[in-house]
Design a protein around this ligand. Sequence first.
Ligand code: HEM
Length: 277
Amino acid sequence: MSHVFAAAAPPLSPPAGLPRRLLDVSAALWLALALGGQLLFAAYLVAAYLLPTLQGRLESWNLKLPKGYTPGDAWGNALVGLHLLFALLILVGGALQLLPPLRRARPALHRGIGRAYLIAAATLAVGGLLLVWTRPALGGLGQHLGISLNALLMLAFAGLAWRAARARRIEAHRAWALRLFLAVSGVWFFRLGLPLWLMWHGKPVGFDPKTFDGPFLTTLAFAQTLLPLAVFELLRAARRSARPAFHGAVALLLAALVLLTAAGLFGAFHMLWSPPL
Ligand code: HEM
């Protein structure tokens, strides 16, 4: 995962002490867990949507999405179908893109997947906005605004990552590409955050499970994008800093996030993805 750190590495790194090494190890651990967890989400997409679609059972989209497939609504069904297809592609593409061995051994492939990733991100963002604002989606206005912010940031980060790559500003390209990866992962963070909250409280708190609306879900809809980006900027700041105490504090935060992510994945698997996984 070392190239991921390069995005946050200062041009002249201070000598790496134990806290600085712990920072790198905890960031690498979190990333490995996140990539594995996103592949699990991708496997769910295959089992819940791709396989039934290939078998001509489009109505089974509705097992997880109350209004996913609506007979007669060709435009709406196509929008949902394309959304799910691009969602699958971007999850797998993101995992491939962040694997350092592949990037080093096959730079041309890295560029190819990178271009496809940017296009998929822009398509998902625009298609997602259409879904949210033209179809009756679950959740209230606050959640719609939160996911729309996510989509707009995806568009902005994709544009900035592309511009930096064209200008051969590699450090800036990596940083924008990682911000894009985190924004794209927003919906995955949401799917971890909700089960974590439910496991913590033992019952729905701060939202109505029938309407899927309430202050907790509105907060989560914004946090799914803004919190991971804030942690990323903290990591970058820690990497630039020469202060071991700062390295140690951010390493501890990341270690805690590894545990939270693992617990969130456990919850998402049991509450959202199984069955069909
Ligand atoms: C970027 C990565 C994204 C992925 C991987 C993704 C994935 C998914 C998945 C898997 C579903 C089906 C629900 C489920 O089974 O969990 C879904 C539904 C949905 N997504 Fe996304 N999504 C992404 C981005 C977005 C964005 C940016 C928006 C909005 C701006 C959005 C809006 C929606 C809506 C409204 C639905 C419900 C569709 C309906 O029934 O009408 N998604 N998405």
